[in-house]
Design a protein around this ligand. Structure first.
Ligand SMILES: NC(=O)C1=CN([C@@H]2O[C@H](COP(=O)(O)OP(=O)(O)OC[C@H]3O[C@@H](n4cnc5c(N)ncnc54)[C@H](OP(=O)(O)O)[C@@H]3O)[C@@H](O)[C@H]2O)C=CC1
Ligand SMILES: C[C@H](CCC(=O)O)[C@H]1CC[C@H]2[C@@H]3C(=O)C[C@@H]4C[C@H](O)CC[C@]4(C)[C@H]3CC[C@]12C
Length: 276
């Protein structure tokens, strides 16, 4: 399993779940690539995360440090998984670059960087991992958001990257079916989750109680293992939002705006230049 998850000093996690028994063939140990973290904190934090994974029963856990702003790094992480395990069962694409929750200030450079981190690196990792995933008939899990289905204010660059994921992976899923490629693609459509960064970014504007991150993580892994097309988490908010999007889009837009305490947004100054 390869999970792109950040360990603080952007690092990516490689995990191998224990095989069911010693007699199981090596290809049946679940090899997962997971999530990146930040460079500064990673040096102290990543080894602890690896240790925790081993304590929880992973047969092997590693991390790779670098930034997903570079597609070369994204490819390097997949190579590392190949060199370490000789194959891969699940690729979980989870990382995002830092953004803001505010009016769009015209910073084109920020949009470009976010596209590279949140979208292009996912495409690069998928491309590099595909031969191994075809071999194992494995799974791709893309962690996306309600923001990738329904736009709300103050998330223009972030929302653009998540809509891009929806288009790319939904098209790829068709192609896999046409060509009989037995690799599943799961898009995780998440609502507000209580991670530190999300609560810090939006709790002064959004009243809603965020859903628990631990349950969310389990649901993400479960949906990938079950080869579901989509995960809606928490279903109580995500599913009705998606239904309303198709049935009553203007009503939904009004509802979204009325849920935000816009007076608490401190508008940032306009960006200098267009990022050319
Ligand atoms: N939390 C929420 O409410 C929601 C989250 N989601 C999705 O869930 C996923 C996880 O979100 P969440 O855990 O809240 O986000 P966090 O910001 O907590 O985690 C994002 C991770 O990505 C890392 N990262 C940032 N920049 C880079 C980079 N350039 N290269 C490599 N890694 C980087 C961060 O490391 P560091 O901190 O060191 O920079 C961090 O570990 C995302 O895909 C997000 O879109 C979807 C909907 C709602
Ligand atoms: C701005 C946040 C990123 C902060 C950072 O730099 O780490 C966003 C990360 C996740 C976003 C939330 C999300 O995806 C779910 C909801 C989608 C709605 O369209 C808007 C509200 C969200 C809670 C959204 C808010 C911004 C993030 C926390």
């Amino acid at each position: 399993m390869l999970t792109t998850q950040h360990f603080s000093t952007h690092s990516i996690q490689l995990l191998q779940r224990k095989r069911p028994s010693e007699d199981s063939p090596p290809s049946k140990g679940r090899r997962v690539v997971s999530h990146p973290q930040h460079p500064g904190q990673c040096l102290s934090h990543c080894p602890q995360v690896v240790e925790k994974c081993l304590d929880l029963g992973a047969a092997s856990a590693r991390y790779v440090s670098g930034s997903m702003e570079s597609t070369a790094f994204a490819e390097e992480v997949v190579k590392e998984a190949e060199n370490t395990w000789g194959g891969l069962d699940m690729l979980i694409l989870n990382h995002i670059g830092h953004s803001f929750f505010d009016f769009f200030n015209g910073d084109v450079d920020h949009v470009r960087k976010l596209m590279e981190t949140n979208f292009l690196s996912y495409v690069a990792m998928t491309t590099s991992a595909l031969p191994m995933l075809k071999e194992s008939e494995g799974s791709i899990v893309v962690v996306s958001s309600v923001s990738g289905k329904v736009a709300s204010p103050f998330t223009a660059p972030y929302s653009a990257t998540k809509f891009a994921l929806e288009g790319f992976y939904s098209s790829l899923r068709h192609e896999f079916i046409i060509e009989n490629v037995n690799v599943s693609i799961t898009l995780c459509i998440l609502g507000y989750i209580n991670t530190e960064s999300a609560v810090r970014a939006v709790s002064h504007v959004i009243n809603e109680t965020p859903a628990p991150k631990e349950e969310c993580a389990l649901e993400i892994i479960r949906s990938g293992a079950l080869r579901q097309r989509e995960l809606h988490y928490p279903a109580r908010t995500v599913t009705p939002t998606l239904l309303l999007r198709d049935l009553a889009p203007e009503f939904l837009d009004g509802l979204i705006r009325s849920n935000f305490r816009v007076e608490n947004i401190k508008k940032a100054p306009a960006a200098q230049g267009s990022g050319h």
